[in-house]
Design a protein around this ligand. Structure first.
Ligand SMILES: Nc1ncnc2c1ncn2[C@@H]1O[C@H](COP(=O)(O)OP(=O)(O)OP(=O)(O)O)[C@@H](O)[C@H]1O
Length: 380
């Protein structure tokens, strides 16, 4: 029977500041970074290259000494103005990008590496338990070079989990794997971490990896958190245009906020969109200029294909996504839009199709300045 497993601890990071170099060559890698994870929660730091993700992870692990800030693991302060606990005393496990398995040790030897204090019998039980947990119960006698990349990644995870770390840190653990395997392993890893009750922090620049794995995601910009939220809210309610740009696909269209009969609306080329929630209303109020002009974010799933709609858009491009097509559409004004349409609606490039707005929320940002054209966003 499976032994009861130790749940993770909370992780609290406050005002973490790290810089490298000096004088003109000084780089501020972390600029007052703050966030927290509850015991058993999986968080992710997501951001473009150079935004400070790896430095954050290394500071939590204890490989980098911050200039300012505090880190608490559970109730224990591991970093403050007067405290610096050595990496090996923090109870933190790390899974690196390249797995870093020991080539001369077999798989059981690798997983047993952090268990030297346990008596041999208990150690063997724990290794078996961990290999079972990651779905590789029979490979203990093989060597790392005899395993696939995905299997090596699971062994690295088993090794990191074996000493029951209070917090597990994962540094782009899937980046060496092919894209199909990545998302599947991210989902498997989430199930394993949840079963184990491990608090974990993943750093990645791949939003789909973060979406598949994390309960909460912090989008980082220039060494700080731009928005810390659930994957759903980051996608549907981004606080800033930069976050909207970084997370998910979409289009930015010009709009105008109007008020009638005590209700607010946004007028865009797709029609008049009622602003339903107080949060959306507050955002529209805060972002509109004196003329009421705003920029409206439209995700591909906000745009519905409807043959009966009077608004027609031209198919400019299409990408088959299995269950759906991602269409790039040109509106009569010339503005571009993305639409996710069930794949039995197979339209040719150049065809005109009816569309309408189909979301229950409206996300607005300050209006584009001058000649800046409406644009598409997202990695694709
Ligand atoms: N040891 C170092 N010495 C000098 N500068 C460093 C050092 N480590 C990181 N930096 C700089 O600090 C900034 C943040 O780097 P970091 O590696 O944390 O970013 P990242 O978001 O993890 O990027 P990537 O996704 O490319 O790994 C970058 O400008 C980087 O060049």
């Amino acid at each position: 029977m499976e032994k009861s497993l130790v749940a993770g601890a909370s992780l609290q990071v406050e005002g973490l500041t790290v810089s490298f170099g000096s004088g003109n060559h000084r780089v501020l890698a972390l600029d007052g970074l703050g966030f927290s994870l509850k015991p058993g929660e999986i968080g992710s730091l997501l951001g473009a290259s150079g935004c400070g993700k790896t430095t954050a992870l290394r500071a939590i692990a204890g490989f980098v000494r911050p200039h300012r800030g505090r880190i608490l693991i559970g109730q224990r302060e591991v970093v403050s103005a007067t405290v610096f606990v050595a990496p090996e005393k923090r109870g933190v496990g790390v899974v690196f990008q390249d797995y870093a398995l020991f080539p001369h040790l077999d798989i059981a030897g690798n997983v047993a590496f952090g268990l030297r204090e346990l008596p041999a019998g208990e150690r063997a039980d724990r290794v078996a338990q961990m290999l079972e947990l990651v779905g590789l119960p029979t490979i203990g006698r093989r060597f790392p070079h005899e395993l696939s990349g995905g299997q090596q990644q699971r062994v690295a995870l088993a090794r990191a989990l074996a000493p029951s770390p209070s917090v597990l840190l994962l540094d782009e653990p899937f980046s060496n794997l092919d894209p199909d395997l990545r998302e599947r392993l991210a989902l498997d890893l989430r199930a394993i971490l949840k079963r184990h009750g491990t608090t974990a922090l993943l750093v990645t620049h791949d939003q789909y990896e973060a979406f598949a794995l994390a309960d909460s995601i912090g989008v980082m910009e220039a060494g700080r958190i731009a928005q810390w939220d659930s994957p759903y809210r980051l996608y549907h309610q981004p606080d800033t245009r930069q976050v909207a740009d970084f997370v998910g696909l979409g289009a930015f269209l010009p709009g105008r906020v109007e008020h009638r009969d005590g209700r607010s609306f946004v007028q865009i080329e797709l029609g008049t969109l009622p602003i339903q929630t107080r949060a959306d209303q507050a955002m529209a109020g805060a972002t509109a200029n004196a003329q009421g002009e705003v920029t409206v974010l439209l995700r591909p799933d906000d745009v519905i294909h409807d043959d009966a709609s009077p608004l027609q858009a031209e198919v400019v491009n299409k990408a088959f996504r299995g269950a759906a097509f991602l269409y790039t559409l040109r509106l009569p004004s010339g503005a571009m839009l993305l639409a996710l349409v069930p794949s039995h609606h197979n339209h040719a490039i150049g065809e005109r199709i009816g569309i309408r707005f189909g979301a229950d929320h409206v996300v607005t940002f300050p209006a584009d300045e001058g000649s800046r054209a409406p644009s598409l966003t997202g990695p694709s």
